[in-house]
Design a protein around this ligand. Sequence first.
Ligand SMILES: Cc1cc2nc3c(=O)[nH]c(=O)nc-3n(C[C@H](O)[C@H](O)[C@H](O)COP(=O)(O)O)c2cc1C
Length: 388
Amino acid sequence: MPTQLLGPLPGPLLGSSARLHSVEDARRAARWRMPKLIFDYVDGAAGAEQAALRNQQSLDDVQLQPRALVNVDKRDISHSFLGTQWQRPFGIAPMGMCNLTWPDADAMLAAAAVSNGMPVGLSTAASSSIEETWERAGENAWFQLYVGQSIDLGLSLVDRAATAGYTTLILTVDVPQVAPRLRDLRNGFKAPLKIGPRQFLDFALHPEWSIRTLLGGTPELANFRTESGHTAFNREDGRGKITWEFLKQLRDHWKGQLIIKGIMHADDAMQARDLGVDAVYISNHGGRQLDSAPAAITRLPLIRQAVGADCPLLFDSGIRNGESIVKALASGADFVMLGRPYMYGIGAAGADGLQRIIDILSAEISQTMAQIGATGIADLDAGVLPPE
Ligand SMILES: Cc1cc2nc3c(=O)[nH]c(=O)nc-3n(C[C@H](O)[C@H](O)[C@H](O)COP(=O)(O)O)c2cc1C
């Protein structure tokens, strides 16, 4: 039964979004409301989680230059990227199995993308299908491709996306193998979920999540639904088969805009640019893949310098506030994506919590711009960083 049909359950039981004043507030509230198994899947990272920590610390270390006596009374955070005028310079990164965070999370993300004028990535491993998400979000939806054991299966997903209407495809290349995530291993996290006594206790302690999930049905890998219930995509299977040859093949195959996600080296960025991608997406997967990876923000200026001023760059990994979005834009990104913060908002207070996160980030960007003498996103370049 779709959980929307539950009627009066939502508002009163979910936390109030009014008491959320930062992404960290939402993270703390979500930690209470979500089963530990699920919170840790979202919040966790590879190995000892040093890369995830480094992402945030390095963003905190970037400084912005305050400026005086600039008329910043009117400020505009709308921004053009890849031919679309977005209402804000940030979007929703693709995330697998979002409906585990909260039933209907995918629908909330799609609706928020449309009403807030921002893009939403739909993962290959999503709990909503390519077609459902196109119905919900239309041109705000970008399809994210993982290629696992079968290149033909990967290309068939690309064809489904084209048929549905998508015009932007993200190829993620930083998961040659899903990295061991200690919290998931310790909690016994498996997709699809396997429920033993420990998980049962965890769910029993979080009855609202559990009742809703029970009524809504356990989330599944919706792009691989089959009548037999067998899924053609195994999360644990290697995705390390593809090479630059595949990127060439994909560039020929896909006529829409192509983004390559998970680039951390200037040589890789230049090679992708030269093979005709429309944008390079700098990311270390939020620290979820290589624990010893450098902080993504430290690669951004290097990659910008290598690819030149005209190559569109997206950035994610570790952004937790509007100031950091400004820092990424000033360091060479043309557009910024975030992952976990939206999940914290949903886990804390459902669709209201998600909206609250988007509002907080938007207000923080605008307030930061006022301090540094900027009135539009185009003002956010190296000139707003303190001189060396
Ligand atoms: C729960 C979760 C699932 C994710 N699943 C995917 C995925 O299926 N495909 C993908 O390209 N990236 C995936 N990512 C990575 C995000 O797209 C993004 O790179 C990362 O979350 C950015 O870091 P942040 O969470 O610190 O903002 C996932 C991230 C999280 C937190």
